[in-house]
Design a protein around this ligand. Structure first.
Ligand code: TEU
Ligand code: CA
Length: 545
């Protein structure tokens, strides 16, 4: 059995600072904006905030390109604002997790500015340089995740540097012990500021061995992480969550098995990429529910005693969950609640992405010019130049662009959704008059209160946190159902993932006349007979007597 940790029953709320709340009306969300909404988050019930990057940055990738790890971007505020945020959050028992982006820095980071000066500069080996091939072309065919080559030629010294993301995000050379020490020192500095942990950006890329063509899950990865753990957060009781696109359950155990002393947990993306044809997000395909259930079940079962799951449907890189797996039209409220219940009652630590708790939806701007995300813009250009029809590409953008998640948060029905009185950096979703926090707070049956309830239940019912997970109706193509059990309770969770009524024959073991319904999105159920008819997107959880 696993030693209980504070983050086992925590619920994390992700803030994308640029889009959360703009306190000084320059069109960009900021730290004072976040401080002004802490009471709102307290009311929701979350006890951890994952803050997407707020460090000094030229913002080529909205802060995932850091030019000073120990300072705050002026558009977000100052270090004093950051200290105030930490203190005000602490008063409300909310911990702050910093986003640690150390696979790469900005090309405007002083390390890179030095490194590019000359081949014998002391910082040269902080990054990855290779000579051109004969004739001057890039050292190899490795592509960037944001499109084009992963190699950028640098005039000054006549060599190429390596970047898995934009050319303004050169990869750090983790084979260099100096890089390791600098990063550890910086992490310890943040720990001293009183943070609650780290979310480690694309951390499974730091063990790369590019000359062998290895980027993800390289042979040097786990030794590096164990060293990081020892040198920084290991004895500090912090929450650490690695972003690991390449993780299988086996790999996730390497990261999160407590005995190995690496991370608390990782984000895995296997359920996410099921709607990408051959792993290509610009070729979206419909959700295959049986496959989706199989993946989620596999992760629940396999990490049972040797790891810990993080539970999430969306984040700042992904489309809005209600648009993706639910119904953003007629059944928006029902389906958003169903998805919340499905996620929060599984075993693991749930993450709520800003706006998810009010059922915010994807956005569909008519013109590519209204998009801001570097990945979206790069791929739109690349694919349309290579013959994909602009309409086809725009449809894919509507489906999967990262900007779906990044439109400003809807606070109320005033101009720009109460986010800013000025033109926001990215336009608001035009549906804000209907979908906003003020409206949700006034309606006792809103999605917001459903999330609030789920978060409360996690604090009061240990079976949600530690109970075993057992799938039921495993082969059903419309419902996702499971039973969570511990010595005290048996919790049956049933979710209709479709807009259709579903008639189910319940096995004997799941029938009862007096179930205790703990949450539902239609009427509470007390009797579960032989046959059950579920309404569109109906979802409920009952404690069996
Ligand atoms: O994301 C990692 C990453 O690989 C994503 O860019 C992902 O591949 C893409 O969105 C899906 O198509 C992390 C951050 O979450 C992201 O915001 C950053 O842009 C990226 O790293 C670089 O730091
Ligand atoms: Ca601002």
């Amino acid at each position: 059995k696993m030693t209980p940790k504070w983050w086992h029953d925590a619920v994390v709320y992700q803030i994308y600072p640029r889009s959360f709340c703009d306190s000084n009306n320059d069109g960009i969300g900021d730290l004072q904006g976040i401080i002004s909404k802490l009471d709102y988050l307290k009311n929701l019930g979350v006890n951890v905030i994952w803050l997407s990057p707020v460090y000094r940055s030229p913002m080529d990738d909205n802060g995932y390109d850091i030019s000073d790890y120990q300072d705050i971007a002026p558009e977000f505020g100052t270090m004093a604002d950051m200290q105030q945020l930490l203190a005000e959050a602490k008063q409300r028992d909310i911990r702050i997790i910093m986003d640690l982006v150390v696979n790469h820095t900005s090309d405007e980071h002083p390390w890179f500015q030095e490194a590019r000066k000359s081949k014998d500069n002391p910082y040269r080996d902080y990054y990855i340089w290779r000579q051109p091939k004969e004739g001057g072309s890039a050292p190899d065919e490795q592509g960037s995740i944001f499109g084009g080559s992963a190699w950028q030629y640098d005039e000054q010294t006549g060599e190429y540097y390596f970047h898995l993301f934009s050319k303004k995000q050169p990869d750090l050379n983790w084979e260099n012990p100096k890089v390791q020490h600098e990063v550890h020192k910086m992490m310890n500095w943040w720990i001293e500021q009183g943070i609650g942990g780290f979310r480690l950006d694309v951390i499974d890329l730091i063990g790369k061995e590019i000359d062998k063509g290895i980027t993800g899950n390289g042979p040097r990865l786990h030794p590096l992480l164990q060293e990081m753990n020892r040198a920084t957060f290991g004895d500090k009781d912090l929450l650490t969550v690695g972003e690991t696109w390449g993780a299988t359950p086996e790999i996730a155990k390497l990261f999160s098995n407590p005995e190995r002393e690496e991370f608390s947990m990782v984000f895995q993306f296997e359920h996410i990429t099921l709607t990408w044809e051959h792993g290509d997000k610009w070729n979206p395909i419909p959700l295959d529910l049986p496959a989706f259930k199989k993946v989620l079940t596999k992760w629940q079962v396999e990490l049972e005693n040797e790891g810990w799951n993080s539970l999430f449907w969306n984040n700042h890189d992904l489309p809005r969950v209600v648009s993706k797996y639910g119904d953003e039209g007629q059944y928006r409220v029902e389906s958003a609640k169903m998805l919340a219940t499905t996620l929060h009652l599984m075993k693991g630590t749930p993450y709520v992405y800003q706006g998810e708790e009010i059922g915010m939806t994807n956005v569909a701007f008519d013109s590519i010019d209204d998009y801001r995300d570097i990945e979206t813009l790069n791929f739109y250009k690349e694919r349309t130049e290579n013959g994909v029809a602009p309409e086809t590409m725009l449809a894919a953008v509507h489906e999967n662009s990262r900007d779906n998640a990044r439109t400003p948060m809807h606070w109320d029905n005033s101009y720009n959704a109460g986010f800013s009185t000025n033109q926001p950096w990215l336009q608001v979703n035009p549906n804000y008059p209907d979908i906003n926090v003020a409206a949700a707070l006034e309606d006792q049956s809103s999605i917001f209160y459903h999330y609030q309830k789920l978060i409360q239940l996690r604090k009061s019912l240990p079976v949600i946190v530690h109970g075993t997970f057992e799938p039921v109706f495993e082969d059903h193509d419309k419902v996702f159902a499971y039973v969570r059990s511990d010595e005290q309770h048996r919790l049956f969770v049933l979710n209709n993932f479709t807009a259709e009524e579903v008639v189910l024959a319940l096995p004997e073991s799941l029938r009862t006349d007096n179930a205790e319904c703990i949450i539902a999105n239609y009427e509470h159920r007390q009797q579960l007979g032989e046959e059950l008819t579920l309404k569109p997107y109906e979802s409920f959880a009952v404690l069996m007597p």
